[in-house]
Design a protein. Structure first.
Length: 334
């Protein structure tokens, strides 16, 4: 009886399964289908791609090593126009001069453009860059062109005058041929704070410019003579750079600035035009056809590593340097 019931009832349905796991794992073989075989071209593509990635990495490493050892000389890779940016107040000539030397020695660099946006700066620093521009032009026989963006005044114009040509926009600020000497007199502040400056010196003018007291008439005449001498140097060097005479520059050396549009008829610049005009004109003049290739100095970013190595004074200035401010002479438009 019981056997008859078992034969007549259908078997129970299988338990429900999660669709994501509806196919239990079964090893290949034992009656189950084998996986599809990969095409030989698939493995060729994988191996070839791996070799290509390794080759690119090796090429990059070799190029980086060559570039480091050669100081950035790209002579094996065609003709270039080098661009050096002169931005902000010029207080140190070393950085710009090293860039001029580097591109002057690079045989692939056919010309150099100084991209200027500066009100000038220290008199001696501006002079150093001026002299280096003349040296590279003379010894390396390379064109150096100045392209003034917004401002090319005083010491920045001093540098530009050493170039083969000067370009400026119509609204650029150009000129300011003059010298200024300045410092801060804090004598009244010390008197208010009941502090006294104690100075022992030998030589009547040794402490001339002491910021804790007023100048004497003799000291004022002394500093004026120094300023006048630097002023004459400024005029003479600009006259040499612009292929004219001191007498022609003297009337323009009032310390004032002009727009680029006003500067052209005065002979302070050679052509109205921005950086693009300067670039294309320069490329044509050195025989580069088509779109010129530009190279710039490598930039080094400041960060934690620079801070730890002591090279990040600009991030966190040393407070003691705030007191290190002696009287200075400047080719600076203010």
């Amino acid at each position: 009886m019981l056997d008859d019931l078992n034969r007549t009832q259908p078997p129970p349905p299988p338990p429900p399964q999660n669709p994501a796991y509806s196919a239990p794992f079964r090893p290949y073989g034992y009656g189950y289908p084998t996986p599809p075989r990969r095409s030989p071209w698939f493995w060729i593509a994988v191996i070839g791609g791996g070799f290509a990635v390794v080759a690119l990495l090796i090429t990059a490493m070799v190029w980086s090593s060559i570039n480091t050892l050669s100081g950035g000389d790209t002579s094996a890779f065609g003709s270039h126009i080098a661009v050096i940016d002169i931005d902000g107040v010029i207080m140190d000539a070393d950085k710009v001069n090293k860039q001029l030397q580097k591109f002057g020695n690079d045989s692939s660099v056919k010309a150099i453009i100084l991209h200027i946006n500066s009100p000038g700066g220290g008199a001696a620093a501006s002079q150093e860059v001026y002299n280096e521009v003349l040296r590279v032009r003379s010894e390396k026989h390379k064109q150096i062109v100045a392209s003034i963006e917004s401002v090319g005044a005083s010491g920045a114009y001093y540098i530009a005058s050493a170039c083969d040509r000067i370009y400026a926009n119509q609204a650029s600020v150009v000129g300011s041929i003059g010298v200024i000497m300045e410092w801060t007199n804090y004598g009244d502040l010390m008197h208010w704070a009941k502090l006294k400056s104690v100075v022992i010196h030998a030589g009547e003018l040794k402490d001339a410019g002491d910021p804790t007291r007023d100048m004497t008439p003799k000291e004022a005449a002394y500093f004026q003579a120094l300023t006048d001498n630097m002023y004459a140097q400024f005029i003479h060097d600009v006259a040499i750079g612009r292929h004219t005479s001191d007498a022609k520059i003297q009337p323009l050396a009032t310390g004032q600035v002009w727009t680029g549009q006003q500067s052209l008829p005065l002979g302070l610049i050679d052509k109205i035009g921005g950086f693009r005009v300067a670039l294309t004109d320069t490329a044509k003049s050195v025989g580069i056809s088509g779109e010129p290739s530009i190279i710039r100095p490598s930039t080094q970013k400041k960060g934690l590593a620079a801070l730890l190595s002591g090279d990040a004074d600009d991030l966190f200035p040393n407070p003691s340097k705030l007191l290190d401010h002696a009287p200075g002479f400047y080719f600076l438009w203010k």
